[in-house]
Write a protein that binds this ligand. Structure first.
Ligand code: AMP
Length: 247
């Protein structure tokens, strides 16, 4: 199954998706995914997007997609967000929230959505809660993926990304059909700028500082589903689905 068209999300502004969204058989799932960088959230997001039909709304992908825009065409907010991302630092809340508000129609996607990399702070979680209440689109669940640090470090070192279509790969666990080449668009695979060791240290610290308040926030609301992210992507996917259905 192809994933949903993400043009409206990645480009924002007046851009719209040209492929009509796939409609799930049951209720659309509206998810938030939490987990440290490298825990495998992006891979799970791709599996969920393919199989549950929800649209993969990753804030990090907006910033990475902006990399391929002409520097002149990037709006100043995006330009400064991009500089934060390259350092591995969090982009200021007001910039991220402005980007989300600009893409509010994506929260109404009939296929549902999964927010990946957002919210990252309680300010963002509170703003999201308010926005979803206002738009009358309640969350189905918040998936919290967890894994020991040494396993996370090994996963990050092997990650590769296609800079053209943002597809994710891993040199051991999720190889492309042809080494170094994207299966979807033929682009050359690269190590993400923020997966370089110096950026990873900053990102892990930022995650550790910000994750507990978020976990508590969603636990209090009865939305949190804790998922052991160890093992092959398919096993983690099955675990997530089963836990969500029994939550
Ligand atoms: P990700 O792909 O989610 O790991 O995001 C990559 C980078 O984009 C992060 O290290 C941050 O610099 C930035 N970023 C993405 N989402 C957010 C967010 N919700 N709040 C702040 N910064 C973000």
């Amino acid at each position: 199954m192809p994933a949903q068209d993400r043009t409206a999300w990645l480009k924002g502004g007046m851009a719209h998706c040209t492929t009509p969204p796939r409609i799930p058989l049951g209720q659309p799932w509206r998810l938030v995914l939490l987990g440290a960088p490298g825990v495998g959230k992006g891979t799970q997001a791709e599996l969920l997007a393919e199989r549950v039909a929800c649209c993969h709304l990753s804030t990090g992908d907006i910033f990475r997609a902006a990399e391929s825009f002409d520097a002149q065409a990037r709006r100043p907010a995006l330009q400064s967000a991009f500089a934060c991302m390259q350092r591995g630092a969090l982009v200021p809340d007001e910039i991220v929230l402005a980007l989300l508000r600009e893409r509010i129609r994506c929260l109404h996607c009939p296929g549902g959505f999964l927010l990946d990399g957002f919210p990252r702070t309680t300010v963002q979680a509170e703003a999201l809660e308010e926005l979803l209440r206002h738009e009358a689109v309640p969350l189905t669940a918040v998936f919290n993926y967890y894994l020991p640090r040494e396993k996370i470090a090994a996963r990050i070192a092997g990650r590769r990304i296609c800079p053209q279509c943002q597809a994710h790969y891993h040199v051991q666990n999720q190889r492309p059909r042809k080494e170094g080449v994207c299966d979807h668009c033929g682009g050359g695979l690269v190590l993400r700028e923020d997966d370089r060791p110096e950026s990873v240290v900053v990102r892990m610290k930022a995650y550790e500082e910000s994750s507990w308040p978020l976990i508590e926030f969603y636990q209090k609301r009865g939305l949190l589903v804790n998922i052991d992210a160890d093992g092959p992507p398919e096993a983690v996917y099955r675990r997530s689905r089963m836990l969500a259905l029994h939550n």
